[in-house]
Design a protein around this ligand. Structure first.
Ligand code: PAF
Length: 295
């Protein structure tokens, strides 16, 4: 299958690199990462040790059977515009936050699938990505139900050795992933700790409260997400990605804008009842961004 991965940051590179063992993959990213991958291949270290040889470019060119979008949520509109130049049947969003699939669907004629990914990844240097937690990919029709395109993509992803589930309840899965990110990302970024530090103690309390608030908002928005399911998902991801620096921690470290608006900000936006933990986390990260003129 010819696959384009739009957004060769840490997660996009890891997933694209793993897929390249089985498929004809091109990573779309920035220099100097693109040049390093072209010259020496992509070195994957950590829980998975391999070198893979995807193509790499700074702009898309078609056709492709599948485009996987892994850019930051605030870059989704730009990704959607760029993907209009690609002749592709299916687009799969593997991004954090809510609303990415809608933005892609509005701009593109392709079938847009929703996906979540709990792999932990860190870009060490151009051409080198570390897998800090081998998680899983879940994908399916963005409004739920069965999808032939999702079955096809799920089989292709599994053929490359990635643990993938095709789900018929993606709206719930997206909210569950939102709850996980609402619990992990801002807390680990502000405390500058790896995900495993949320296993117990005060940081675990804050994360668990943010997750419960998110599950409450999900239910108020018609999604069947019990607190127990959401907190169990948090515990599992904290354990499987214990050595990972969350994407928001990596953003803060690199002085980059974060996905706070699409994570704790998205919970706030959709809440009718008070969500004090999400509100506090969003305010603190936004204050950091404002001070650095990132918003
Ligand atoms: O954003 C992240 O870092 C990831 O979605 C996750 C799963 C929380 C792992 O760190």
């Amino acid at each position: 299958m010819r696959v384009v991965v739009f957004g060769a940051g840490s997660l996009g590179s890891l997933i694209g690199g793993l897929l390249a063992d089985e498929h004809d993959v091109t990573l779309i990213g920035r220099e100097p990462h693109v040049r390093a991958v072209r010259d020496h291949g992509l070195e994957i270290t950590g829980e998975i040790e391999t070198t893979s040889y995807p193509g790499a470019a700074t702009a898309v060119s078609g056709p492709a059977e599948l485009a996987i979008v892994t850019v930051k949520s605030y870059d989704t509109p730009e990704a959607a515009r760029a993907l209009q130049a690609l002749d592709t049947d299916v687009v799969l969003s593997l991004q954090n936050g809510l609303g990415n699939e809608e933005a892609l669907d509005e701009a593109l004629a392709a079938t847009v699938l929703a996906g979540t990914c709990t792999y932990g990844a860190r870009l060490i240097e151009p051409g080198v990505v570390r897998c800090t937690g081998a998680g899983e990919v879940t994908l399916g029709a963005r409004s739920g139900g069965r999808s032939e395109a999702a079955e096809r993509v799920g089989n292709a992803v599994r053929r490359a050795g990635i643990d993938a589930t095709v789900a018929t309840d993606m709206p719930r899965r997206l909210w569950e992933k939102l709850a996980i990110n609402a619990g992990i990302n801002a807390v680990t970024a502000l405390a500058r700790v790896e995900n495993g530090a949320l296993g117990d103690g005060p940081a675990n309390d804050v994360a668990t409260r943010a997750v419960r608030e998110t599950a409450h908002v999900a239910r108020a928005n018609g999604i069947d997400l019990p607190d127990e399911r959401a907190t169990a998902a948090l515990d599992t991801v904290v354990e499987t990605t214990a050595a990972n620096r969350s994407s928001m921690y990596q953003d803060l470290e690199a002085g980059r804008r974060t996905e706070i608006d699409a994570i704790n900000g998205a919970v706030l936006e959709r809440a009718n009842d008070p969500v004090p933990v999400n509100e506090t986390l969003a305010a603190l990260v936004r204050a950091w961004e404002r001070e650095r003129k990132l918003r």
